[in-house]
Write a protein of this length. Structure first.
Length: 178
């Protein structure tokens, strides 16, 4: 019994470590974290405020959502498919007492309508970003701000860039919406 538990813990540990070293051209999302400093820079770049509804696609442990809520006053929706990350993020949201401003859903973000978002955060590999083109054009309103960490979104016009933090700000143009 003890040996089985140790074996399972080792496998989970290896999966977490491997997910941090994931290749950027992989179609699956690695477990990369967004720290508070980056989350704060994302919020500043997108000029996040009290009137915003921020969606994070692949919200992980909710660090960006917690930062956007606590420091910038935004209402936030995290969409995460991994049950472990959902569990961790819900605990962190509860501990931070931000559950009135942050909701976390355990879903595939391709299955969630984004029409209520005024800001969207993504820290996704290029293949996932390319797959989002139709979804963004169908569901995001003109003027919706999209912030991408590390990877550019080739089908959206770049509005501003933070080279120090590897952040890219886009706005959904009128002509993009279908």
């Amino acid at each position: 019994m003890l040996l089985n538990s140790i074996f399972i813990l080792c496998i989970v540990f290896l999966l977490i470590v491997l997910s941090m070293l994931w290749p950027p051209d992989s179609p699956w999302a690695p477990w990369w974290r967004t720290n508070r400093r980056i989350a704060r820079a994302m919020c500043k770049l997108a000029n996040v405020g009290k009137k915003d509804t921020l969606y994070e696609l692949g919200s992980g442990d909710a660090t960006a959502l917690i930062t956007a809520s606590e420091e910038f006053g935004a209402k936030c929706m995290g969409i995460e498919i991994d049950p472990i990350r959902v569990f961790i993020s819900k605990i962190l949201v509860r501990v931070g007492r931000t559950e009135k401003d942050i909701a976390i859903m355990k879903k595939n973000f391709f299955d969630v309508n984004l029409q209520n978002a005024s800001v969207v955060f993504v820290y996704l590999v290029p293949k996932a970003l390319l797959r989002l083109k139709f979804k963004f054009s169908k569901e995001l309103k003109p003027g919706t701000r999209v912030v991408s960490y590390r990877y550019q979104i080739p089908y959206l016009p770049l509005v501003k860039q933070d080279k120090l933090h590897q952040l890219y700000l886009y706005k959904i143009p009128q002509s993009f919406v279908q």
